[in-house]
Design a protein around this ligand. Structure first.
Ligand code: SF4
Length: 696
């Protein structure tokens, strides 16, 4: 631990990395953080933390921080430092010029989980009022948008059903496409504690993650499927539940829509969904599928599902989320402690950015833009007419840019060049735009294509709220003043005013008051209450306890009767061929966070200095590849080079890479293939060739 002296005072705030949302005490000397310690009263972490959060403060004052607004006429010109007034005025006049020349829908905005709830709300409000369209999207497009769709269709709302502490009551834990030890470490520790107490474990993952077989925890079943066959596996589990009398008939009769259940039951009972049939598709032995289904559906036991991006980032991501939701309903595992369906949100406020209406089709609180009554409430409050048609999603913005109809982008806290798939496609789309405004703390990869740079604030400079993966709304408190003079909400407000839509908030608390007034699931949320109770969980209103809702769907689903959805397995278009014979899948490591923009600028870099490619010994030997060799990876989209990690964690035919460093270019090789319902990219399945590189 690097300590810079004895602290003089401290501020309680919330970690800005993963969706656990740990509370921290930032201990200060003057305006300088001297250390961060996990807060014992934090409800999500109860005094625990991981090495990401502990060192997070290091990037806030890193020398790479940009603290002055900048503009340039073209992306080949050098940046010129200017005042806030000049930068914002230039951005506004460019957006107005573009809309005058190319139409109202030629510009849009992107929010992210780097935004607080209040900041995300303001960005989508700016797009809908000042731009006058619905071209707003968020980083959830590339991670958990299928969760929103799938859980919305089946249960009626887009959120995890439990609190983290609910896992303490689970008898059977099913982990699908998630690696909580690395990506959600504090919750991962809590899960392991429960497993050490005797809970049974099923892991569905193409790779042998630590949970499968570690010193303290062993999975009862590891269903090591071929990447891209999740739906085949969930269908086989459902088949066993239906054909072996494991359905919780009383629960289904009381809680679920009978017609959809009957259709689903008949569908999954068909022989093509049997474990034997799905063994041929997924590569998972039928007896393991049968055993895992029987264990998950054990009568009288609490079975809880936790899933991650290994579920959502597929061409059938939304289908798989619905398959998971079906299985939990059929076995009566929704609506009490110890059970449920729990998406492990990867980023600190990805839940919140979705809740705040950062979608082209939804206003805050997941209400469809086409609903005239809801739209009318916002029109009355905001004083403008809103468009009823959904706007463009992020990939649609790129396509429209290449077609020449989308010309201007306001991008807050999201590095789309590094995060989104098929980097060449993204770069070409950005190059075709006429005004890109990037608001961030560093000159990220996207800023290379920007014309205006507005310096953002790190989490230590923010006042507001984050919402974690258990719907818990916690305060982010300002530890130091914004280095650039303005916070992110103030920058958005300046831009809205320059565009001609007046905003005059004096503090994020006023923004939250507006959110609460316009969003039924947030009606009972206030800063005063969060200060008093520590945090609250949405839904939080006159129908819930004062601190909101810890377990959802108790006694009934949000949509009324739970709805079963048919989940037909369809093979992805991303097929292996002789030219591209291996499947690449991707994931995270403990010490790095996402694209690494923050963790690479902290002491975390000491523990993981480069991305690597895991390759099975058979595949390595076939190609003459040895440990630590440099290897070339080529896909239909592009190519990159990584160092080899020869490992039996991956099965033959599958390679695995992390994506924390821009140099490794993981997204140079991922393709445009995406989820059919939400356009969430299929990051987890890319056909590749791997070969030894003799010289770099
Ligand atoms: Fe907690 Fe996640 Fe931050 Fe680690 S990265 S301290 S688990 S919120």
């Amino acid at each position: 631990v690097i300590e810079l002296g004895q602290p003089e005072h401290s501020v309680i705030t919330t970690c800005a990395y993963c969706g656990v949302g740990c509370a921290f005490k930032a201990e200060m000397k003057g305006n300088q953080v001297v250390r961060m310690t996990p807060w014992k009263d934090g409800k999500a972490n109860e005094g625990h933390s991981c090495i990401k959060g502990r060192f997070a403060w290091g990037y806030a004052t890193h020398k790479d921080r940009i603290t002055r607004p900048m503009i340039r006429a073209s992306i080949t010109d050098p940046w010129q430092e200017v005042s806030w007034e000049v930068a914002v005025g230039h951005a506004a006049s460019e957006f107005k010029r573009i809309q005058a020349q190319h139409g109202r829908d030629s510009v849009g905005g992107i929010t992210s989980s780097r935004c607080t709830n209040e900041e995300a709300y303001l960005v989508q409000k700016l797009v809908r009022t000042a731009f006058g369209n619905n071209n707003v999207d968020t980083c959830a497009r590339v991670c958990h948008s299928p969760t929103g769709y799938g859980l919305g269709q089946t249960y009626g709302t887009s959120a995890g059903t439990q609190t983290f502490k609910s896992v303490d009551q689970a008898d059977v834990i099913l982990v699908i496409g998630a690696n909580p030890n690395e990506a959600h470490p504090v919750f991962g520790s809590r899960m392991k504690k429960r497993l050490r107490q005797g809970a049974r474990l099923i892991v569905i993952d193409p790779r042998a993650i630590d949970l499968v077989n570690s010193a303290h925890v062993k999975a009862d079943y590891h269903l090591q499927l071929r990447p891209g066959t999740n739906v085949a596996v969930i269908s086989a589990l459902a088949h066993v539940v239906v054909t072996e009398g494991l359905v919780d008939e009383a629960y289904v009769a009381e809680r679920c829509d009978p017609k959809s259940f009957a259709q689903w039951r008949d569908f999954v009972a068909q022989p093509q969904n049997s474990p034997e049939a799905m063994e041929a598709v997924s590569g998972v032995p039928a007896e393991l599928l049968r055993g895992a289904a029987r264990l998950y559906a054990s009568k009288g036991k609490n079975a809880a599902i936790y899933y991650g991006l290994g579920v959502t980032e597929h061409a059938q991501g939304s289908t798989m989320v619905m398959g998971i939701a079906n299985l939990a309903m059929a076995t009566g595992n929704v609506g009490r402690e110890g059970v449920g369906v729990n998406p492990l949100r990867g980023q600190n406020n990805v839940q919140g950015s979705c809740d705040m209406g950062s979608f082209p089709h939804e206003l805050p609180g997941y209400r469809h833009i086409s609903d005239a009554t809801v739209r009318g409430e916002f029109e009355a409050a905001w004083g403008v007419a809103l468009q009823a048609e959904p706007g463009l999603r992020i990939p649609n913005m790129f396509d429209a840019a290449l077609e020449g109809s989308f010309k201007g982008l306001y991008c807050v806290g999201e590095d789309i060049v590094q995060s989104d798939p098929n980097t060449q496609h993204v770069a070409a789309a950005l190059s075709a735009m006429e005004c890109i405004v990037v608001q961030d703390i560093f000159l990220n990869e996207t800023a290379k294509y920007a014309h205006v740079f507005l310096p953002g604030a790190s989490f230590l400079e923010k006042d507001g709220t984050f919402t974690n993966a258990e719907r818990r709304i916690s305060r982010v408190r300002q530890v130091m003043p914004p280095l650039a003079g303005n916070g992110d909400w103030e920058a958005t407000q300046l831009l809205a005013n320059a565009l001609g839509y007046p905003m005059a908030y004096t503090h994020p608390e006023r923004i939250m008051a507006e959110i609460a007034a316009l969003t039924p699931s947030f009606a009972g949320v206030s800063y005063e209450k969060i200060e008093r109770l520590g945090s609250v969980q949405w839904p939080c209103n006159e129908h819930t306890p004062e601190a909101g809702t810890d377990i959802m769907h108790v006694g009934g689903f949000v949509r009324g009767k739970g709805r079963f959805m048919l989940t037909q397995y369809v093979a992805t278009d991303e097929k292996v061929t002789r030219k591209f014979p291996l499947i690449l899948t991707t994931g995270r490591v403990l010490s790095q966070y996402n694209v690494g923009a923050q963790t690479r600028r902290t002491d975390n870099s000491r523990w993981y200095e480069e991305d690597r490619l895991e390759i099975h010994p058979h595949d390595a030997e076939e190609r003459g590849i040895r440990q630590d060799d440099w290897v070339g990876i080529a896909s239909r989209a592009g190519q990159t080079v990584l160092r080899a990690e020869v490992s039996e964690r991956v099965q033959p035919g599958v390679v695995y890479a992390t994506f924390h460093f821009p140099e490794s270019g993981a997204n140079v090789i991922t393709t445009d293939s995406s989820d059919w319902a939400t356009n969430c990219p299929e990051y987890k399945v890319t056909a590749v060739q791997v070969s030894k590189v003799s010289q770099l």
